[in-house]
Design a protein around this ligand. Structure first.
Ligand SMILES: N[C@@H](CCC(=O)N[C@@H](CS)C(=O)NCC(=O)O)C(=O)O
Length: 210
């Protein structure tokens, strides 16, 4: 494992930044948190836009290195601090699927589910992220006979997909597919998930919907 530089996570409570927080907890590396409160508009302030011109959380700095976008943060951290454990090595046959699920989580699952939540269901053929029902079928299919995305082995791809899935199940955007619910239970039982959840998704502020 590389020696950690000074890692700072720019984060807002109850947001997609949960995924990066969970990733850091899985790795057990020391880090500090800078709160960028998206509900107060902190993400659009000039100092933050210098780090992440998209004006979104999360962003992570590791010494001089600056990374944003959850899958990129997870790949960066896993390669640097969990190479061979949370990240399959470059010549590992699972490296390809690992990267595929990272990208699929962000490029397909998140946008198509967010649109679905807004009651917008576009025809899959014309859009790069495809149709909502196809996304649910793909995930349920891959997870049907396996514990994690890569089989028995938990990886950073589960953090990226799981961070999105747990939020979508919590917000009742996804159907109660038993395969997805079981997978989510396995992930939410992890001590690192629970530490991240306790720290970033305070139940008294953001109660579980009835
Ligand atoms: N593609 C980004 C999405 C990040 C994102 O959507 N962040 C939201 C919070 S959940 C945000 O910062 N919203 C504030 C805004 O858009 O002004 C990632 O995966 O990191």
């Amino acid at each position: 494992m590389a020696t950690p530089r000074r890692i700072v996570l720019y984060h807002s409570p109850a947001s997609r930044a949960f995924t990066a927080y969970w990733m850091l907890e899985e790795l057990g590396v020391p880090f500090t948190v800078e709160t960028v409160d998206i509900r107060k508009g902190d993400q659009k302030k000039p100092a933050y836009l210098k780090l992440n011109p998209a004006g979104k959380v999360p962003t992570l700095t590791d010494g001089e290195a600056v990374v944003s976008e959850n899958p990129a943060i997870a790949i960066y951290l896993a390669d640097r601090y969990g190479y061979g454990t949370l990240a399959p090595k470059i010549d590992d046959i699972e490296r390809g699927p690992y990267l595929k699920w990272m990208v699929y989580s962000s490029a397909v699952v998140d946008p198509v589910a967010t649109l679905h939540e807004q009651k917008i269901d576009l025809p899959g053929y014309s859009f790069s992220f495809g149709a909502f029902d196809d996304m649910v079928r793909v995930l349920s299919g891959v997870l049907k006979d396996r514990k994690y995305l890569l089989g028995a082995r938990f990886s950073a791809a589960d953090v990226v997909l799981g961070g999105t899935l747990s939020r979508l199940l919590y917000q009742k955007v996804l159907p109660k597919d038993p395969v997805l619910l079981d997978y989510n239970s396995r992930l939410t039982e992890r001590p690192a998930f629970q530490r991240a959840s306790d720290a970033t998704w305070p139940a008294h502020l953001f109660p579980t919907p009835a």
